[in-house]
Design a binder for this molecule. Structure first.
Ligand code: PMP
Length: 415
């Protein structure tokens, strides 16, 4: 593929869309970049980059504290972003949107704060076998502290949750279920609606790790009825360093603060501190102001294209990739779920994923290799890692063709 070749894909005018992303015009080793590592982080449209620059060049100032003009402007823009995010996922209240550093930070917040209040010895926390380390380790930490037990919903060979096992594991000892909507390693879309309903039937709250869902699947949080939903700005075309924890008001009000500091207090004396109202109770210290505002710009961008259109375009390119990759002899998919989104993991013959990744890199194709922060999942498949190609709506079928050519080349060199 060359930069001048016409791109005739799908429901979107991809050629036009790709121009919105400056980095997609760059070259690697003299060839056009083919970026297929979107599950790790997505690229940023110009409007997001401009919002960062506008903030720092025109109204950089701290939020929530100043009476002066710039501080008020910054506060307004930051709170406007919160409103946009709340509206985008259809939260009931803006104050159910807590700005965090990202998914990891959001899950740690819930594990620590919810765990402190609601977990005791003998209780159980239920996660799944396909969780990212950031939806495993925070729960291990709090379970250890409280003498609670971490239970794991198993998966089948296709990389789907075993729902009969889930039914059996749900019992009154379980105090929270924490599960990913979409697997970052396998691309499996989990039946989270059904899981939430089943957990709620026993009054068990559910945290959804939305890190790989927010950019691929339209989210209506009231319809989903998740109690917590964590995601990262950088996975949905926003900057790194900022993310969102959605929490139902009822839980957030009952939970103790996670971190102490400025902004999260109402009144401080050496004898006693009272806490600020939501969302500020969970937002200690100066936040990533420009990041929050730029995340708002990313949401604007996504809405302008339409989350459903994005989903449709991605489904097309992922189906095409699946089809093309299936034709490569000795390529085997790791994870073959019926419902999937975003990422495709595979291995080719006996080629080590790292070697394949390096050869693809030299052809300017960026994929990810390794365990993808899901070591227990790799253990389940008895493999050290996979090669993962992960897609966004700006990826084209021509790029998939290049990936296939790249893999064929690697096979000729290494097999
Ligand atoms: N959960 C899942 C499913 C992920 O894919 C990721 C990022 N790879 C995370 C959690 C952690 O996200 P972050 O590093 O942005 O906190």
């Amino acid at each position: 593929m060359t930069n001048s070749e016409p791109i005739t894909d799908s429901v979107l005018d991809i050629e036009k869309i790709r121009k919105d992303f400056p980095i997609l015009q760059t070259k690697v080793y003299g060839k056009p970049l083919i970026y297929l590592d979107n599950a790790a982080t997505t690229q940023k449209p110009r409007t997001v980059l401009q919002s960062l620059e506008t903030y720092y060049t025109q109204y950089n100032s701290n939020v929530h504290r100043g009476v002066h003009f710039l501080s008020q402007q910054a506060t307004e823009a930051y709170e406007e972003a919160r409103k946009k995010i709340a509206a985008y996922i259809n939260a009931r209240f803006d104050h159910e949107i807590i700005f965090t550093k990202g998914t990891t930070n959001g899950i740690n917040l819930v594990a620590s704060s919810f765990g402190k209040k609601f977990l005791k010895a003998g209780d159980e926390v239920l996660i799944s076998a396909m969780e990212h380390h950031s939806n495993i380790v925070p729960w291990q930490l709090i379970c250890e502290e409280k003498g609670a037990t971490l239970k794991v919903i198993p998966i089948n060979e296709q990389g789907e949750l075993k729902m009969d096992a889930f039914d059996e594991l749900l019992n009154s000892k379980v105090k929270i279920v924490a599960v990913t909507y979409v697997s970052n390693s396998l691309g499996t879309v989990n039946p989270v609606f059904e899981m939430i309903q089943k957990a709620h039937a026993l009054n068990i709250p559910v945290l959804i790790d939305g890190a790989q869902a927010i950019q691929h699947i339209p989210i209506d949080i009231q319809q989903l009825d998740a109690d917590f939903f964590a995601f990262s700005g950088h996975k949905i075309y926003g900057p790194t360093g900022v993310g969102v924890l959605y929490g139902k008001e009822k839980w957030l009000n009952e939970m103790p603060p996670y971190e102490g500091g400025g902004d999260m207090i109402k009144n401080v004396t050496f004898a006693k501190t009272t806490y600020n109202e939501l969302p500020f109770k969970f937002e200690a210290g100066t936040p990533d102001i420009s990041g929050g505002i730029a995340l708002g710009a990313a949401i604007d961008y996504v809405q302008q294209i339409g989350a459903a259109t994005i989903q449709q375009a991605e489904e097309e390119v992922v189906a095409y990739a699946f089809d093309r990759l299936s034709a490569i002899s000795s390529l085997r998919f790791i994870g073959d779920a019926k419902h999937r989104s975003g990422a495709i993991s595979f291995l080719v013959g006996n080629i080590h994923p790292f070697d394949l990744g390096e050869i693809l890199d030299k052809q300017s194709i960026a994929v990810r290799t390794g365990h993808h922060c899901t070591q227990p999942l790799m253990d389940f498949f008895h493999i050290p890692g996979t090669v993962r190609a992960s897609f966004a709506f700006y990826n084209t079928k021509a790029e998939v063709d290049e990936l296939v050519k790249g893999i064929e080349k690697a096979k000729r060199m290494l097999e």
